[in-house]
Design a protein around this ligand. Structure first.
Ligand code: SF4
Ligand code: SF4
Length: 387
């Protein structure tokens, strides 16, 4: 029987241990570290969670480095999850350094449906393996090649600063050179959490917006076989294809949950990375899900759906942006109902996307999603000039 509970995504961290050491790690082992979960730990947490999860909810394995749990652990953990809730899906965010075809290919394909995201920064300075950035790159590149050969198309996430943002285009070149075997990309701004706490803004919103537009223009003109997040998700929102997608949702409160290795629960792993007790809902070992969701801070996160800044409500992009991410508002000192720090970037990019839809420049990109560009234009209506 379908249930009416709404947790759609659980970001589960079975360990904070990691085989790499990145200077800017947002979720370092020293924060909320705990022994790796046993299978019984997972079963305990899952038994408490599942009655409140949507039937098709997603569990995103995260860490630390989640592959350190071993392939067999995931076989058993996913099998248990599905035995209780057959519709749930699994995904993993991993540095892939431990990937080996013989051990992992089947798990990635059968348990996670190939849904894997990983991280790589083309400056090749801040990610280290055994103290060496070049060794990290060497192993990562080898593992990525093996995964591509095995037929996976992982999403490769890079985090960029004012100094490195130009390198985002080199990742586009690298993926484009692979033709039909290209991997997906995600271009993120580096943010001051975890080991980078207190560093403030590292990429200016205007720089980020400009680079995203430069990449968007190339992407819609070449329409390669890969997608680039956040541009793909933003285009989907403009086309009316996606509704509840992080970070373009003000409804994540009560629908997402981040579960730390020690059982601590936050709205999402991004909130956990703040390392701020004020945003902790409680602990799943000691409390039930309804108790956690009734915590004062949990109630406050659910208020974001109404409590967005006034100028967001009248913004020309409110339907798509929804006021941005509240974790970012908190991170940059604006509080749970405050302004999203990268508002300016989103405004610039949504303006450009809508303009390209109206002008017809995005037609081929729209058709790739199986939609008729004329219908998308009609849906969008007359788009006012950027203010
Ligand atoms: S707070 Fe931000 S990062 Fe966390 S789930 Fe909501 S939109 Fe996503
Ligand atoms: S673009 Fe900026 S003003 Fe508009 S809804 Fe998003 S955060 Fe608010």
């Amino acid at each position: 029987m379908a249930n009416s509970f709404g947790i759609s995504t659980v970001i589960a961290k079975p360990t904070k241990f990691c085989n790499a050491s990145c200077t800017y790690c947002s979720a370092p082992p020293e924060v909320n570290g705990a022994p790796k979960w046993s299978l019984d730990d997972w079963k305990f947490y899952f038994d408490r969670l599942h009655p409140y999860m949507a039937d098709q909810a997603m569990i995103l394995w995260h860490g630390g480095e989640p592959m350190l749990m071993g392939a067999d652990w995931y076989r058993k953990a996913c099998a248990y999850g599905r035995s209780v809730k057959p519709g749930i899906v699994f995904s993993m965010q991993t540095n892939i350094l431990a990937y080996e075809t013989g051990r992992w290919k089947d798990v990635f394909a059968e348990e996670f449906g190939g849904s894997i995201s990983t991280s790589f920064d083309p400056d090749e300075i801040h990610r280290e393996f055994k103290g060496s950035a070049s060794l990290y790159s060497k192993i990562f590149n080898k593992r990525l090649d093996a995964m591509l050969k095995d037929g996976f198309r992982p999403k490769v996430i890079g985090t960029y600063t004012e100094e490195t943002i130009d390198l985002a285009m080199t990742m586009y070149d690298r993926s484009a050179a692979l033709g039909d075997s290209a991997f997906d990309l995600r271009i993120n701004y580096r943010y001051p959490a975890g080991r980078d706490s207190g560093r403030g803004e590292m990429l200016m919103p205007v720089t980020y917006g400009r680079k995203l537009i430069e990449i968007y223009d190339r992407w819609i003109s070449e329409t390669p076989s890969f997608v680039i997040t956040p541009l793909d998700e933003m285009l989907k929102k403009v086309m009316g294809l996606e509704a509840m997608r992080c970070p373009w949702t003000r409804h994540c409160g009560g629908q997402f949950l981040g579960l730390e290795p020690n059982g601590d629960v936050y709205n999402c792993s991004e909130f956990a990375d703040l390392g701020d007790e004020d945003y902790r809902f409680g602990n799943l070992r000691e409390q039930t899900v309804p108790q956690l969701l009734m915590a004062k801070v949990a109630v406050a996160t659910r208020r974001r759906r109404f409590d967005v800044p006034e100028d967001c409500k009248s913004c020309r992009h409110f339907a798509e942006c929804e006021g941005g991410c509240m974790r970012d508002a908190v991170l940059y000192g604006k509080g749970l109902g405050g302004k999203f720090h990268y508002c300016q970037s989103w405004k610039m990019v949504f303006d450009r996307i809508k303009q390209s839809v109206v002008s017809g420049e995005a037609d081929r990109a729209i058709e790739k999603y199986g939609l008729d560009p004329d219908n998308v234009r009609k849906r969008l209506g007359p788009f006012p000039a950027a203010a």
